[in-house]
Design a protein around this ligand. Structure first.
Ligand SMILES: *Cc1c(COP(=O)(O)O)cnc(C)c1O
Length: 352
């Protein structure tokens, strides 16, 4: 098997890079497309369902796809520091790629609302972490001002290179399936990823790599659903902290993608998210974070509308290990504790 060079080298001609762009890579991309038969079975009608497991990127989320581009371009421009606001995964990716490129990484996070694994990553990757008493939207306002006034590059998904890198996930889907899926189910926070996927599908379609385009199906958590409800949410709340965003930066682009693809937006409750999360872990052996499970929860909620024989891809945006608290508190496992260390006890508990 050939060594995967990372997504910039793999898709160089599709990306705004030149020979003088210093490629900062952790060999992100080329993530597995995994069939999930027990979810397909719940839909029936001969539907094929896959998950695009982007939690297997180097820092555990799809953010790496955008960050390899954003940091490479920042390095090319001579920048020495980057900043982002983050619900966790952007800060992990920004820190890893920026430090690898020899830059300082500043990350603003909502104090108390970042999953443990993500915070651990930002710290270990050497970011300078600023936790503010405010939510993601407030943090984003501040980092935009900082990057306007000081020599620091903003690497949130308002940075256009982020979406350029992220669109490669759509290329990988078409390269793997030989055609675009019929439905693409994806969680939405700032709605950068749905925008990027749509860009990627369109570019490959225009180049003749796929005859078809997917319907873009975007899902949000009920307590944090500004796109579904066409509003701004001042106090977003959901267990899915990665999509706990009340005022999405890429609102207009996401709405355009929905319109052009004949897609739809829908919200799913935290209970539905957790059900899908458990189903993926306990029946498919795929551990994702709660925000990612929103894509599967949304698909199951709309299952009556899936056409017979359709191919559906759900994007699993982040790794389950990111949020161990959620995992420990939401499972149906048999967990027997405080047992006597002897064969009799163990055999009895096992039911023998
Ligand atoms: C960032 C993120 C999202 C949301 O992506 P957007 O581009 O902001 O819509 C969803 N899931 C996970 C795990 C994320 O890290």
């Amino acid at each position: 098997m050939q060594d995967w060079p990372g997504l910039i080298e793999a898709y160089r001609t599709w990306l705004p890079v030149s020979n003088s762009t210093p490629v900062v890579t952790l060999r992100e991309g080329a993530t597995p497309l995994i069939p999930v038969p027990s979810i397909a079975e719940r839909i029936g009608k001969g539907v094929k369902v896959y998950v695009k497991y982007d939690g297997l990127n180097p820092t555990g989320s799809f953010k790496d796809r955008g960050m390899t581009m954003a940091i490479s371009k920042a390095k090319e421009a001579g920048c020495e520091a980057v900043i982002c606001a983050s619900t966790g995964n952007t800060s992990a990716a920004a820190a890893a790629y920026a430090r690898r490129a020899g830059m300082r990484a500043f990350v603003l996070i909502p104090d108390g609302y970042v999953a443990q694994g993500k915070l651990a990553q930002a710290l270990v990757y050497g970011a300078e972490v600023l936790a503010i008493r405010g939510n993601f939207d407030k943090a984003l306002d501040i980092v935009r001002e900082v990057s306007d006034q000081y020599p620091v590059t903003l690497v949130n998904s308002v940075n256009p290179y982020r979406l350029q890198g992220q669109k490669t996930a759509a290329f990988e889907l078409i390269d793997a399936l030989g055609e675009a899926p019929d439905w693409l189910c994806i969680p939405m926070g700032n709605a950068g990823n749905i925008t990027a996927y749509w860009m990627g599908f369109q570019e490959y379609h225009q180049a003749g790599r796929s005859r078809t385009l997917p319907r873009m199906m975007g899902f949000q958590a009920s307590g944090s659903a500004p796109l579904v409800n066409e509003t701004t949410v001042t106090d977003p709340e959901t267990i899915a902290t990665a999509i706990r965003i009340g005022n999405p930066v890429n609102r207009e682009k996401a709405i355009a993608a929905r319109a052009a693809s004949n897609g739809a937006f829908l919200d799913v409750t935290d209970e539905e998210i957790i059900q899908a999360y458990k189903l993926l872990g306990g029946h498919e052996g795929v551990f994702c974070e709660p925000a990612s499970a929103a894509s599967v929860a949304g698909l199951l909620k709309r299952k009556d509308e899936v056409p017979a024989g359709a191919t559906v891809v759900c994007v699993l945006t982040g790794n389950g290990l990111k949020d161990p608290d959620c995992a420990i508190n939401n499972n149906d496992a048999a967990f027997h504790t405080d047992l006597e260390p002897d064969l009799g006890t163990v055999a009895r508990v096992m039911g023998f």
